[in-house]
Design a protein around this ligand. Structure first.
Ligand SMILES: NC(=O)C1=CN([C@@H]2O[C@H](COP(=O)(O)OP(=O)(O)OC[C@H]3O[C@@H](n4cnc5c(N)ncnc54)[C@H](OP(=O)(O)O)[C@@H]3O)[C@@H](O)[C@H]2O)C=CC1
Ligand SMILES: O=C(CO)COP(=O)(O)O
Length: 343
């Protein structure tokens, strides 16, 4: 235990990533509380230090306290990690904001989720800043990058980016998370880091789909590279640094998500490619597939901003307009010839 770093940290979300992140933070010497809404899951973490539905073969640090009581989880925390599906963040954050208003601690807010909110089309940092007034919180930091929970649980060497408008806040998160197998870099580019993390999930559905259809490595490389061009194009339209997309939260996460069977987004796409209906896939996945709602939000956002995102659009049409996959691929291949670099 590293007493020098002992802080009270709270992780909201007792799913795959929440459980593993809580374990990493506890092993780093912090006093960690994990909040979840499922009493059985919370009891399993407290009594057996496992969370078998979400993450096999992880014996969580025994110092972790799990609770279904949001007030208990949030009160006194130096930082609150949001590790729940993007579409649930606003409702949970509003409750957190009300509690912080009464309790008076001003924690840093750290988003470890990846997606865009449907309807508002907001990034998670925007959702958090709208839901929790600045007067009752510290800075907002985005923690993103190639990090399948299953691999982090096995202590695979993992690199992430901590992005914040405040360099000191990003450096603080770097300090509390970093250890001998987690290396954290900082970035001031919140927009770029968030959009990379959100859009890679949409592209990963495409990568799974082409695998399910029987396409090979050339097609996968084409999809990933042109998908990267799309996320950078969207990011630049919203003020991101294009170089951010060559980093961990862009290219790095695109690689891990498009090439790993650990990815829920890839698995969803693969099953679509094999002909399974989307609703059945979502009903049986047992975990969140962020790329599905984000494909809709990305469709709306790129239409509003008039950014050309043909691969994301093709995936949106497959998911939401029942367009046959092969038909979408044929349409992509039939697009007008153009230069490779065309921001
Ligand atoms: N898994 C991974 O490897 C990684 C995931 N992420 C991101 O982290 C976020 C969470 O993913 P992950 O942990 O994998 O998801 P999981 O599906 O594994 O778990 C989601 C967790 O969120 C909880 N939850 C869902 N809705 C609510 C709600 N309304 N209120 C409170 N809790 C809720 C679920 O509770 P319940 O069990 O009751 O449904 C569950 O504990 C996503 O944005 C994902 O993209 C980022 C990096 C790595
Ligand atoms: O973001 C992730 C890895 O970095 C997890 O991706 P999936 O949600 O597709 O499993």
């Amino acid at each position: 235990m590293n007493a020098k770093r002992q802080l009270h940290l709270t992780v909201l979300g007792s799913g795959s990533w929440g459980s593993v992140l809580a374990d990493v933070l506890a092993k780093n010497g912090h006093a960690v509380t994990i909040y979840g809404r499922n009493p059985q899951e919370i009891a399993e973490i407290n009594e057996h230090h496992t969370n078998t539905h979400y993450i096999a073969n992880l014996h969580m640090d025994e110092s972790i306290a799990a609770t279904t009581d949001l007030r208990q989880a949030v009160t006194g925390a130096a930082a609150i990690f949001f590790v729940i599906p993007t579409q649930a963040i606003r409702s949970v954050a509003e409750k957190v904001g009300a509690i912080l208003n009464e309790e008076g601690n001003r924690p840093f807010l750290i988003s470890a989720a990846k997606g865009l909110e449907e309807g508002s089309l907001d990034r998670i940092s925007q959702v958090l800043s709208q839901s929790i007034p600045a007067a009752v919180r510290g800075d907002i930091v985005i923690l993103s990058g190639p990090s399948h929970a299953e691999d982090v649980a096995k202590r695979d060497i993992t690199t992430l980016t901590a992005a914040s408008a405040n360099d000191d806040a990003a450096a603080w998160v770097q300090w509390i998370v970093m250890n001998d197998f987690m290396r954290i870099y900082t970035s001031p580019d919140v927009v770029g880091v968030e959009l990379g993390g959100a859009i890679k999930n949409v592209i990963a559905i495409g990568a799974g789909a082409i695998h399910g259809l029987g396409y090979g490595d050339n097609t996968k490389a084409a999809l990933m590279t042109r998908g990267l061009a799309e996320m950078a194009r969207l990011g630049v339209a919203f003020g991101a640094d294009p170089l951010t997309f060559s980093g961990l939260s862009g290219l790095g996460d695109l690689i891990v998500t498009c090439t790993s069977t650990n990815s829920r987004n890839w698995r969803c796409g693969n099953r679509l490619g094999q002909g399974e209906p989307l609703q059945h896939i979502l009903d049986t996945m047992g975990m969140v597939v962020e790329g599905v709602p984000t494909a809709k939000a990305a469709h709306d956002l790129s239409s509003q901003a008039q950014v050309d995102m043909p691969i994301c659009e093709a995936i949106y049409e497959v998911l939401y307009r029942q367009r046959p996959l092969q038909d979408s691929i044929d349409a992509l291949m039939g697009r007008i010839a153009k230069p490779e670099i065309d921001f």
